[in-house]
Design a protein around this ligand. Structure first.
Ligand code: HEC
Ligand code: HEC
Ligand code: HEC
Ligand code: HEC
Ligand code: HEC
Ligand code: HEC
Length: 428
């Protein structure tokens, strides 16, 4: 019996070393090491500030680990001769190009003369924050979160492995398992040859084991192997079923194609048109409103008149750009609704944006970087409730002065304290 035990122990040890090595990562420099060479600071507050600046101003054209409209920015500080030129570039790239800087001009050529936006308003410390964020992401490696779920306040799946990766990881593990199995069979064969060579030292029982053939088909049919396969299969199925159940009716990430290629990144991002200019209802009413074509026409009567996308606006409102007249046959543009709560619930924009002082981005994500709008938050009841438990009410508000005095507690006053968890507040 003793050889068999030894063999299985070795196999076991090998198996775990295999798993261990297959999952460990070699040769990653730490943030501190990279920072020591680059001189870019690493404190978390700065990185967070940089992240905000990046997603508001740079994300529309740049990713860290891959090229986008502009180059991928990982390790970008290493590509510039001096830190000063890099700062100058980020703030005012036109000036750097005009100064004749060789690297900048090469880059500009390589990107076919694409023009990077001018950020003359950025302060030096904001550029440092941006670089601190880029450095941090560089070191973290390419695991970009495309649309980070949740409202930036821990209200949804921000931590943990995203579920779409779990299945990949499981499949990866299976492949590793199969490889290890192959190696093990090889080792067993070699060991057996070796033992057979010194057969005479073995007692009868051990000889019997050695003479047994390695029977792979039988191995595959063995209860242990079947158990492992069934177990992994059941785990995968259970995981998908649970995910499926939780996401019934949850449309997070929903990004329908719109009838006109209207871009928030262009209008709200690059041209910095205020959200309220188009979504006229947000401050005063329940609904934010989708702008009518008249609002588009404030500009597009003159702007980009030759574009086929703008022609769709003209067609909808029956505008003839040649004669500059409207016809009879006007129809609304059929935008596809992205956010939609069920009828049983009540949500009011004015209450949140005007009274509550909440930013659009807290709930809608970085709209000003979106070419096509997607649903950033879960919009489930749990999402509303979590935020009401955590968010302090906006006390810049005479109405609340007395209430806050009465509250007299060391804890800050959150929406829950003014009845934000009562069913009837959100349900008709
Ligand atoms: C409108 C698109 C656009 C935006 C927005 C933009 N960039 Fe760029 N960026 C580019 C392009 C394109 C290039 C390549 C050079 C060129 O063609 O001008 C570039 C180049 C760069 C480079 C040099 C890359 C290298 O490989 O050396 C840096 C650094 C950079 N951008 C940083 C930023 C930062 C930081 C922001 C946000 C504050 C930003 N960019 C916003 C388009 C953009
Ligand atoms: C120039 C006009 C304009 C500006 C400025 C604008 N939007 Fe929009 N917005 C639209 C139009 C048109 C739609 C409908 C088409 C679409 O979904 O892209 C829309 C759709 C949306 C939607 C999705 C609505 C739905 O169907 O659920 C949200 C959320 C939104 N905008 C938020 C914002 C925020 C936040 C800002 C400011 C950062 C902003 N918008 C600025 C015109 C504008
Ligand atoms: C405050 C001015 C303003 C308003 C309002 C406005 N736009 Fe624009 N829009 C622009 C500017 C500026 C451009 C960029 C034009 C260019 O690149 O030549 C643009 C570009 C576009 C483009 C891309 C055109 C192309 O093919 O290059 C589309 C599509 C568009 N707008 C749709 C809309 C729609 C739909 C609305 C109404 C919901 C709207 N815009 C409201 C200023 C505006
Ligand atoms: C507290 C979270 C929250 C904030 C803050 C918020 N929204 Fe919304 N928004 C929602 C929800 C929830 C819906 C879906 C409403 C529905 O289906 O009745 C929505 C829907 C919309 C729509 C679709 C049309 C409508 O009114 O249903 C637009 C456009 C919109 N929001 C724009 C904005 C803009 C612009 C701002 C900032 C000025 C903003 N939102 C701030 C949660 C928010
Ligand atoms: C980003 C945080 C946030 C989210 C998400 C959010 N709320 Fe609120 N909500 C607030 C704040 C802050 C107030 C307090 C406004 C004030 O000062 O009156 C509020 C107030 C309310 C009130 C009034 C409560 C009262 O007692 O006066 C209702 C109703 C409400 N929210 C409904 C919703 C619904 C429905 C959702 C989900 C679709 C939602 N909220 C999501 C932050 C949020
Ligand atoms: C802060 C706002 C808010 C409060 C408070 C709230 N709800 Fe809801 N509730 C919602 C929203 C929003 C939805 C729709 C969520 C969705 O579509 O996933 C919802 C959905 C529901 C549903 C339907 C679930 C489904 O799967 O369709 C029930 C039942 C419900 N709520 C019961 C309650 C009860 C009971 C209370 C009081 C204990 C309560 N709610 C308090 C916002 C709220």
């Amino acid at each position: 019996m003793y050889i068999r035990q030894k063999l299985s122990l070795t196999l076991f040890a090998l198996f775990f070393t295999g798993i261990f090595f297959s999952s460990s990562v070699f040769g990653q420099a730490t943030l501190e090491e990279v920072s020591a060479a680059s001189g870019i600071p690493t404190d978390q507050a700065l990185i967070d500030e940089g992240k905000g600046l990046f997603s508001a101003n740079c994300y529309s054209c740049h990713r860290i680990h891959s090229d986008w409209t502009g180059p991928g920015l990982a390790n970008v500080w290493e590509r510039w001769e001096s830190q000063e030129t890099l700062y100058e570039w980020i703030k005012n790239n036109g000036a750097v190009l005009a100064s004749g800087d060789a690297y900048a001009n090469e880059l500009y050529e390589a990107w076919n003369g694409s023009v990077m936006t001018n950020f003359a308003w950025l302060e030096d410390n904001q550029v440092t924050a941006l670089l601190a964020y880029i450095q941090d992401e560089t070191v973290k490696g390419p695991e970009e979160v495309v649309a980070d779920g949740g409202g930036g306040d821990g209200t949804s799946s921000e931590s943990g492995v995203p579920s779409q990766y779990i299945n990949l990881i499981l499949i990866g593990l299976l492949v590793v398992l199969a490889l290890i199995l192959g190696v093990l069979v090889l080792i067993v064969t070699v060991l057996r040859r070796y033992i057979i060579a010194k057969k005479e030292d073995l007692d009868e029982e051990d000889q019997e084991i050695v003479n047994e053939r390695v029977d792979l088909p039988a191995g595959l049919r063995s209860p242990q192997f079947l158990f492992i396969v069934v177990f992994i299969f059941a785990a995968v199925v259970a995981k998908s079923a649970i995910d499926g159940l939780y996401s019934i009716g949850v449309q997070q990430g929903y990004q329908p194609k719109q009838p006109i290629a209207f871009s928030h990144a262009l209008h709200a991002g690059q041209y910095e048109i205020e959200c309220q200019y188009c979504h006229t209802g947000v401050m005063e009413s329940k609904s934010a409103n989708i702008p009518s074509a008249n609002i588009c026409m404030n500009c597009h009567i003159n702007v980009a008149t030759g574009s086929p996308e703008i022609a769709k606006i003209y067609k909808a409102i029956d505008w003839d750009p040649d004669t500059q007249t409207y016809g009879e046959n006007q129809q609304p543009i059929e935008w596809v609704r992205v956010h939609n709560l069920p009828d049983l619930s009540y949500f009011n924009h004015a209450q949140h944006v005007n009274v509550g002082g909440q930013e659009c981005q807290t709930c809608h994500g970085p709209i000003e970087t979106m070419e096509v709008v997607y649903q950033h938050s879960q919009l489930t009841m749990g999402w509303c409730i979590n935020c009401h438990r955590e968010t302090e009410i906006n006390t810049d508000n005479a109405y609340y002065d007395k209430l806050v005095k009465l509250h007299e507690s060391d804890d800050p006053m959150v929406v829950e304290d003014i009845g934000g968890l009562e069913c009837s507040k959100c349900h008709y």
